[in-house]
Every structure is written in C-alpha cells, then in structure tokens.
Design a protein around this ligand. Structure first.
Ligand SMILES: [Zn+2]
Length: 232
C-alpha cells in the first residue's frame, strides 16, 4: 500500500529501489523489519475463531489520483468494514501490477489494496487479486478516467467500491506492514482467496500505467498465516 506523506523520495527501480529503502532515511528503517509485507501465502491454518469482515460501503464521488507510484481511488464518503469487533474506515484503494502477495508462489496480474484505519497504528488492508478472464465492469467504467502521471480526476459521478469485493469471503490473515516506505508494521493483512477477473486488455492497460509497482516478497519469519473458509 502507499502512504501519502513522502518523507524521502523512493522508487521501484534504480538508486531508490526496494533493496535500498531502509537506508534512504532513518524514518524508513522498518523496511528492514522482521514482519514485512508482501509475503508468499502458503501453509495457512484454519482458524475457527475467525469471522468474515462486514462491508458497509456506499457510493462515493469519484476522485482518482495518479501519483507516479500507484493509481488510487480516494474515498470521501463513510465507508466502513466491521472486523474483529472494530470499525475500520476505508480511506482509499489502489493498485499494484503485478500482484505483491503470491499464493503458493503464484503471482496474479493485478492486486488491489483497500486501506482501512481504526486508529493511528491499527490498519486493516484488504487485498484482492485480479486474474485474466471475463471483463471487469468496474474497470470498464473507470479505466479511461485514470489520469496521466501526477494528475488527478474528480467529478460528481459516483463509484461503488463494493463492486471490487469478491462474493466469496474466504480469506488469509496475517500481521505485516505497509508495502511502501516507511514500511510500518501496523497492518492486519486480510487477503481474499477468490480473485476477480479482467480482460487481458484491461490488465495490460493497468500494467502500462503502473510500471511494475510491486515490492519483492519478504520473509515470513516466525509469523503464522490463518485462513477463514467461507462456505457460501
Ligand atoms: Zn498497496
């Protein structure tokens, strides 16, 4: 995910590439931490205590920002997820091409991160993979509105982020970090197992704008990955 306040310039290639993030400035030292994201998701254990997240999203005015590091949809209406007896407010969602997380070593062409906040150091980021397949209707509607580098698009038209949440709520859960500097280890990662689809054309379009904006995989170290199985 991308934090909006940039302390020090960073990038995905060259002298400010991911392998150098921790050394760019003291504020980024967490990038060398032991609970970093993304990870390869494997050997997840069923946890019978887990419950599905409850989505309380509603349509919001469109506001798309291309900041040269990602494309993000800002959310200015009251959209919430209730999870683990807490209320997390949706701030924005954004895209990585290809995916950042993998499942048993498999990358997806695209990953969406829905960034929610309950308190200063308590984030819930929901990851949704997009695979090649049928046309994605959300993308169909908004893809050509994505502005060129370092620009934004705003209007009174409404978009509904719920269109990008899979019906089946089977998910993986683990503790991790922001995948961009300052790489703070404050994220409850909830990654849906069922992917959405988009056409090759739509995925290529994202790839041409996002230009490989993914952080390489980090080590799991001593963390556990849980899975909630949605039987619906
Ligand atoms: Zn992200």
């Amino acid at each position: 995910m991308v934090k909006e306040t940039i302390i020090h310039k960073w990038a995905y290639t060259g002298k400010h590439a991911p392998e150098f993030w921790a050394d760019l400035c003291p504020e980024y030292s967490d990038c060398n931490g032991k609970h970093q994201s993304p990870i390869d998701i494997k050997n997840a254990k069923i946890n019978s205590i887990l419950k599905p997240p409850e989505f309380n999203y509603k349509p919001a005015n469109i506001h798309i920002v291309n900041n040269d590091l990602t494309v993000l949809f800002k959310v200015n209406s009251d959209c919430f997820v209730h999870y683990n007896s807490k209320k997390y407010k949706l701030l924005q969602f954004h895209f990585h091409s290809h995916s950042e997380h993998t499942v048993n070593g498999k990358y997806y062409p695209l990953e969406i991160h829905f960034v929610h906040k309950a308190a200063k150091n308590d984030l819930l980021v929901i990851g949704v993979f997009v695979d090649t397949g049928n046309k994605n209707h959300f993308f169909q509607e908004w893809l050509n509105k994505i502005p060129k580098a370092n620009k934004e698009y705003k209007s009174n038209q409404k978009f509904d982020a719920l269109q990008l949440i899979p019906d089946n709520k089977t998910y993986y859960l683990y503790s991790g970090s922001l995948t961009t500097p300052p790489c703070s280890e404050i994220v409850n990662w909830l990654v849906f197992s069922k992917s959405l689809t988009a056409t090759q054309y739509q995925l290529n379009y994202f790839a041409s704008i996002l230009k490989n904006n993914f952080r390489p995989l980090m080590l799991l170290n001593n963390r556990k990955i849980s899975i909630f199985n949605d039987k619906n």
